[in-house]
Design a protein around this ligand. Structure first.
Ligand code: C2G
Length: 130
């Protein structure tokens, strides 16, 4: 059995997230998703996500091609998570291209093209009428 792992905030969940998760699932038999915690997001962006970590996890967990979700507490712990979940493949969007190549000693590392013209930042601008 081949296990795939991916990570993300998934806030506010949109079709670009669906596409990357759906494509990631095709790289193996089971897909595990690390959901960035609210605290991790705050440390990166100095703002909390629109949806809290429990709701974001519930949304991603509800997708039929996602087998398991867990909270990603630190960007530095990817190696630990990959080893813990015995993942064979790490899949990330290509905005992270090259960033995780050092993990290729323990798993296959794949970067998938981002879905163009969809982003939460853009969505927030449309909703707020900016
Ligand atoms: N994504 C995509 N197309 C978009 C937007 C996002 O393919 N238009 C992908 C990203 O490349 C990523 C995943 O969707 O693989 C989740 O994106 P984010 O929620 O923005 O995750 P991010 O904050 O980049 O991840 O360890 C990484 C952290 O968890 C943070």
């Amino acid at each position: 059995m081949k296990t795939v792992i991916t990570f993300g905030t998934f806030d506010v969940f949109h079709v670009g997230h669906v596409n990357v998760l759906q494509r990631a699932a095709t790289y193996g038999d089971a897909l595990i998703v690390g959901i960035s915690t609210d605290a991790l997001n705050y440390s990166k962006k100095q703002r909390y996500p629109v949806y809290n970590e429990n709701d974001r996890m519930k949304i991603v967990n509800g997708l039929r091609y996602v087998n398991l979700c867990f909270f990603e507490e630190s960007l530095e712990k990817k190696r630990e998570y990959i080893e813990y979940y015995k993942a064979d493949v790490l899949v990330m969007g290509d905005d992270w291209a090259g960033k995780f190549d050092d993990l290729s000693d323990i798993c296959e590392v794949v970067y998938l093209p981002r879905t163009p013209s969809v982003s939460t930042t853009q969505l927030i601008e449309v909703i707020s009428g900016d």
